[in-house]
Write a protein that binds this ligand. Structure first.
Ligand code: ASP
Length: 586
């Protein structure tokens, strides 16, 4: 027998049991008169002790060991004289009677410890060794727990897990497809699914009523820190539902997971319209862990707003489409250097503001600003009142084109939130963002794109608008956002052929194109498709979010790709040989 117990389970009450353990040598300390080994497996670390005076045979073998050798030992559980409070097994050690080496190990390229000396690239190359480290094991076990809690919830609600194919035709989620050449159909290609969207809708037509799948999806996008070319979704669909049913069901799922995995009870999720989110947070995935909302001072689109800033010969405000600001509590004493830093921050090309205007409302009631030349103290006090500031506060104001100004203020707000420690890692603030626009204008291609995807239905009240002012039509779409991160999104779908055809037409698809790309689903809608809707959650991100707001999804994927979309362990992608190419007709 290789083992009777794991390296994480023995306690004082097991003394003086005879046990057998197996695992990896984490560390060896040889004091001559005594030799200690830390033995590690997935469950923990147990100290082994060898006494040369009483057991020279085992000691001889122990001396040959190196880090990461795999061994099995038999010995007696004994109380330690020198207890380690930091280790669950820290009160005991094993007095070894017999040692067997199961396999040797060459020296690992980095230390297999919680804090390792290995750089990212090296650890990716030896990912199987990196995965021996406790933090990574913990992350993957967490992922397993989240998946289990998700299944538990959805199973209890009657959802059926159905697998959908990976070799398919292009799906319209808006990213680039990965394609696979077909040997049997020379010159033709499959696409890997960006999501199982059309299949899950077809399953509703088939009458499955409630579907889910924890499923791999593929999107050939430019990579960022939180993106992977292949990632996992919790993909769900329900028949005979309205938006409210879907929101209730999946709010329940998220609460269940947090409760099960983190023992956190989340309160009811607030709802916010897309328009509100953009106005108040400059962002359709607002971080509502803290306030500091954006307040408008002038908006050419909103004449009802009493204009507090125009007509004072300050060109930047006079020429702007939008002037808006945030009030940062207690920061009136910010130094010149700090303000300069913030100015640099908003001027960075990614943000692209022309400059930053500030007003400091001193603790003594004094008011100073970077635009004193144009605005009297009285003006500034009015602006300050509108920005809901109190003595001691700093106001930061941006102006320009509406879209860009909102985006910049959103970034600035998050930056200030970080600086002031308001984005607490232990706090969770989920919300539903609803009433998204159905379409967004593509300036380059001069046409409308579906904001969510082309199967999303629109609000009944906006039915007429679709032909006259498509940009104003609201979608039956929703996103779940937690702490500024989009965790999931979905919609109530179109389920009638005429409506779907109308949507394709708005998107500029000819009848022929619609037929050749989506004929299968248009046909399906003619055979009694029920009203239906659904949602998909980014599973990797959900896992990272449910542990202390960690943001790097790579840490929760067993074998992730690097920033260039490469698997450095496999060295993929790689070229294929000529014969293979020929066979594939490439
Ligand atoms: N298929 C969508 C996505 O992957 C989600 C949904 O509408 O259910 O984003």
């Amino acid at each position: 027998m290789y083992r009777t117990h794991t390296c994480g389970e023995l306690r004082l009450e097991h003394s003086p049991l005879k046990v057998t353990l197996a695992g990896w040598v984490q560390r060896i300390r040889n004091f001559g008169s005594m030799l200690f080994i830390d033995l590690r497996d997935r469950y923990g670390i147990t100290q082994l002790v060898f006494n040369p005076a009483s057991n020279s045979e085992a000691v001889k073998k122990a001396i040959e060991l190196g880090r990461e050798f795999v061994i099995t030992v038999t010995g007696i559980v004994a109380e330690r004289s020198n207890k380690n409070q930091n280790l669950p097994t820290g009160e005991i050690e094993i007095i070894v009677e017999e040692l067997n080496i199961l396999n040797s190990s060459i020296t690992p390229p980095f230390t297999i410890e919680d804090e390792t000396d290995g750089g990212e690239e090296l650890r990716m190359k030896y990912r199987y060794l990196d995965l021996r480290r406790a933090p990574n094991q913990y992350n993957l076990l967490h992922r397993h727990e989240v998946a289990r809690a998700v299944r538990e919830y959805l199973d209890s609600k009657g959802f059926v897990d159905v697998e959908t194919p990976h070799l398919i035709k292009s799906t319209p989620e808006g990213a680039r497809d990965f394609v696979v050449p077909s040997r049997l159909n020379p010159g033709q290609f499959y696409a890997l699914p960006q999501s199982p969207q059309t299949f899950k809708q077809l399953l509703m037509v088939s009458g499955f009523d409630r579907y889910y799948q924890i499923v791999r999806c593929f999107r050939d996008e430019d990579l960022r820190q939180d993106r992977q070319p292949e990632f996992t979704q919790i993909d769900c669909e329900m028949a005979f539902v309205k938006r409210e049913d879907v929101l209730q069901m999946f709010e329940g799922m998220v609460k269940h997971v947090f409760q099960k995995v983190r023992h956190i009870d989340l309160a009811e999720f607030p709802r916010m319209s897309y328009d509100d989110a953009m106005r108040r947070y400059g962002n359709d995935k607002p971080d509502i862990r803290f306030g500091m909302e954006i307040i408008e001072l002038m908006n050419t689109d909103d004449p009802s707003l009493s204009d507090l800033v125009s007509g004072r010969s300050f060109r930047i405000f006079d020429d702007a489409e939008l002037v808006a600001g945030i009030c940062v509590k207690g920061c009136a004493e910010y130094s010149r250097k700090q303000i300069d830093e913030l100015t640099e921050f908003v001027k960075r090309p990614q943000i692209g503001s022309g400059g930053l205007i500030y007003i400091k409302y001193g603790n003594d009631g004094s008011i100073r600003s970077s635009v004193d030349k144009f605005y009297s103290s009285e003006d500034l006090l009015k602006i300050s009142a509108h920005l809901v500031s109190e003595p001691g506060d700093l106001m930061l104001i941006l102006a320009g084109a509406a879209g860009r100004t909102r985006k910049a203020l959103s970034e600035l707000r998050l930056e200030m939130g970080n600086r002031l420690g308001l984005r607490k890692r232990t706090k969770y603030a989920p919300l539903w963002v609803i009433d998204f626009p159905l379409l967004e204008w593509d300036e380059t291609d001069k046409r409308w794109n579906a904001m969510h995807h082309p199967f999303t239905s629109w609000s009944k009240e906006d039915n007429q608008l679709l032909d006259v002012d498509p940009g104003k039509v609201k979608a039956n779409a929703y996103d779940l956002v937690i702490n500024g991160v989009e965790i999931g999104g979905g919609s109530i779908r179109i389920h009638k052929r005429q409506d779907q055809e109308r949507m394709f037409a708005v998107l500029g698809l000819s009848k022929e194109e619609a037929e050749s790309k989506f004929g299968f689903i248009l046909n399906a809608f003619e055979f009694g498709a029920p009203p239906h809707g659904g949602i998909a959650f980014g599973f990797d991100r959900f896992c990272s979010m449910t542990i202390l707001n960690q943001e790097n999804i790579r840490d929760f994927i067993a074998f992730p790709k690097n920033n260039m979309g490469r698997d450095v362990m496999l060295d993929a992608p790689s070229s294929i040989d000529e014969k293979q190419k020929k066979e594939l007709g490439l």
